[in-house]
Design a protein around this ligand. Structure first.
Ligand code: DX5
Ligand code: ZN
Length: 231
């Protein structure tokens, strides 16, 4: 389902650790700082030991920023349950976890039919082989570089072998990374071949988020350019 051009760099801040009482303002701040999309973390207290928000909040946010791409990171059990509600709320990408899903092909089709891009997330302990049989059915693979549930954790560099494997075998796939990504860790992420970069505390906690976003983008764009020259 992916295109046939090399996927470009996109930076998607996670607002998990921002001031959620001013969600729209925090999101606008990210967009004005140069974000390409917003990564919105949905947690249900079952799949992960934490709670955030669901589709009612997304529905309120959408009219305030009609053109922004919303990537819903669904850290929930029974991800099939929220597809219609998220599509109706205005989500653009529905990223579910394979560990929470019983019928991966059915869920991928359901998401696609509802008009959203299909994202498949893998927790650190889940091998990349789990999703290979369904590679025609998804648009984005999300490689978690922390255990999902909380912002501000340490980046797991050993997850880069999954990113490298996917980039080698699926040159046109959107590969997203999430967890502990910031100025100190972006270079290995970029070298491995990820092009959709989620970053939470490193961006929202910075005094100048635009500087951090520019730095992340620079690293990824350089790596993409380098890999294209090597072909
Ligand atoms: C963790 C979330 C992440 C998190 C990233 O479960 O999925 O999106 O907010 O935050 P940092 O970049 O601080 O690890
Ligand atoms: Zn996330």
């Amino acid at each position: 389902m992916s295109g046939h051009t090399h996927p470009c760099c996109k930076i998607g801040p996670s607002i998990l650790c921002a001031d959620l009482s001013c969600l729209a303002d925090e999101c606008r701040k990210m967009i004005h700082s140069g974000a390409d999309y917003l990564h919105l973390d949905v947690m249900d207290g079952h799949f992960v030991p934490n709670l955030t928000f669901g589709h009612p909040i997304v529905k309120c946010l959408r009219p305030k920023m009609p053109d922004i791409y919303f990537d819903m990171h669904m850290m929930v059990q029974n991800p099939e349950r929220w597809v219609e509600s998220m599509a109706d709320a205005g989500a653009n990408q529905y990223t579910f976890h394979v560990e929470a899903c019983e019928d991966i092909p059915a869920l991928c089709r359901k998401i696609q039919e509802s008009g959203m891009r299909v994202g498949v997330g893998l927790k650190p302990g889940t091998p990349v082989e789990t999703i290979l049989p369904y590679s025609d059915l998804f648009d984005v693979v999300l490689i978690m570089t922390v255990e999902p549930g909380f912002g501000g954790q340490s980046f797991m560099e050993d997850m880069m072998s999954k990113v490298q494997y996917l980039r080698t075998n699926f040159p046109y796939l959107d590969i997203e990374v999430d967890g502990g990504v910031g100025p100190n860790t972006i270079d290995v992420v970029a070298e491995a071949g990820a092009n959709m970069i989620v970053s939470g505390t490193a961006i929202t906690g910075a005094s100048d988020p635009s500087q951090v976003i520019a730095l992340l983008r620079n690293s990824v764009e350089n790596a993409i350019q380098k890999s294209q020259l090597e072909r």
